[in-house]
Write a protein that binds this ligand. Structure first.
Ligand SMILES: NC(=O)c1ccc[n+]([C@@H]2O[C@H](COP(=O)([O-])OP(=O)(O)OC[C@H]3O[C@@H](n4cnc5c(N)ncnc54)[C@H](O)[C@@H]3O)[C@@H](O)[C@H]2O)c1
Length: 273
């Protein structure tokens, strides 16, 4: 369904590890809509994942490794992308999350605080570093659009999400704060998309994820939003059709966030007479 929504636009996509990654689908949809892209991921993900396959599918776009917690790597990434495009960038997808506490099964009430720092740095402060680097280099065009992916555990407690909930709260706060400053200075807009639970490498790291996906499905009037639909929403946020949307947390969750309880869930508690 080529509609050229992103024709002439140039973007950087963080976080495509393998073909389950949400960023993978965003890259494919952005290119299908006419965008030129540069892919990036942490150096270790280059070895563990299959990003080069994605690059081949995306008109042999460049892949520039960058640890999103390293300002030096980020500077090289933006400089490399601008050199490749021969100019500034129109959109950025931040699709990065990782918690050593969740990975190692540390309970939220018994966190390893060094791990917590890593969780916050990788999953939230990396957005600030990305934006600060772009701003210092004046790398983004006016009306440029930055989207970061988040989860509703930033607003409500989901016990197994652990310290990632705190990271997502910070990510959404950075989105508002930086969105103000970048908007005033350069008309760059910054939003988060709060996605339904989705089966990916990061998603599956959360304990009890399969049961949780089924719960979420039965609590969402439209059902869980899948990764491809999330990619479509990201594309619309990168396009000129959403120029005045900024500093928002946008729920892409089939209605989950506004549902108190569904009849499907209630029926599971019905007693036989
Ligand atoms: N899967 C879900 O259920 C779900 C739901 C809502 C939001 N999200 C968010 O979507 C985003 C993408 O996750 P996903 O589900 O596609 O999983 P994923 O595992 O495919 O993607 C996570 C990415 O983060 C990258 N990353 C980790 N540390 C990094 C670092 N230091 N520098 C650069 N990149 C680094 C990984 O290499 C990987 O590509 C994350 O922010 C996640 O929290 C996921």
């Amino acid at each position: 369904m080529a509609q050229d929504l992103l024709k002439g636009k140039k973007g950087i996509i963080f976080g495509a590890l393998n073909d389950m990654s949400i960023a993978w689908k965003v890259a494919e949809q952005a290119v299908a809509q006419g965008a030129e892209i540069v892919l990036t991921n942490a150096p270790i993900a280059m070895r563990m994942g299959t990003i080069n396959e994605l690059a081949a599918k995306c008109n042999n776009c460049p892949v520039i490794p960058a640890d999103a917690t390293s300002e030096e790597d980020l500077q090289k990434l933006f400089e490399g992308a601008m050199a490749h495009f021969g100019g500034k960038i129109d959109f950025v997808l931040h699709s990065i999350g990782m918690s050593p506490n969740v990975r190692k099964g540390r309970h939220y009430t018994d966190l390893n605080y060094k791990f917590l720092q890593t969780t916050l740095d990788v999953s939230a402060i990396s957005l600030h570093k990305t934006l600060a680097t772009a701003k210092k280099l004046d790398a983004l065009n006016e009306w440029g659009s930055v989207v970061a992916l988040t989860y509703i555990a930033a607003q409500r407690i989901f016990p197994d999400y652990g310290d990632m909930a705190d990271a997502k709260s910070l990510l959404e706060s950075i989105t508002r704060s930086f969105g103000y400053h970048y908007g005033v200075d350069k008309k760059v807009r910054i939003n988060t998309i709060s996605q339904s639970p989705t089966i990916t490498t990061a998603g599956s790291g959360v304990k009890g994820f399969d049961e949780f996906i089924a719960y979420s499905e039965s609590m969402s009037p439209l059902g869980n939003a899948d990764a491809l639909s999330c990619a479509d929403y990201c594309v619309s946020m990168f396009s000129d059709l959403t120029r005045f949307v900024t500093m928002q947390n946008l729920f892409h969750d089939g209605g989950f966030s506004n549902t108190g309880v569904s009849m499907e869930v209630i029926s599971k508690f019905e007693k036989d007479d």
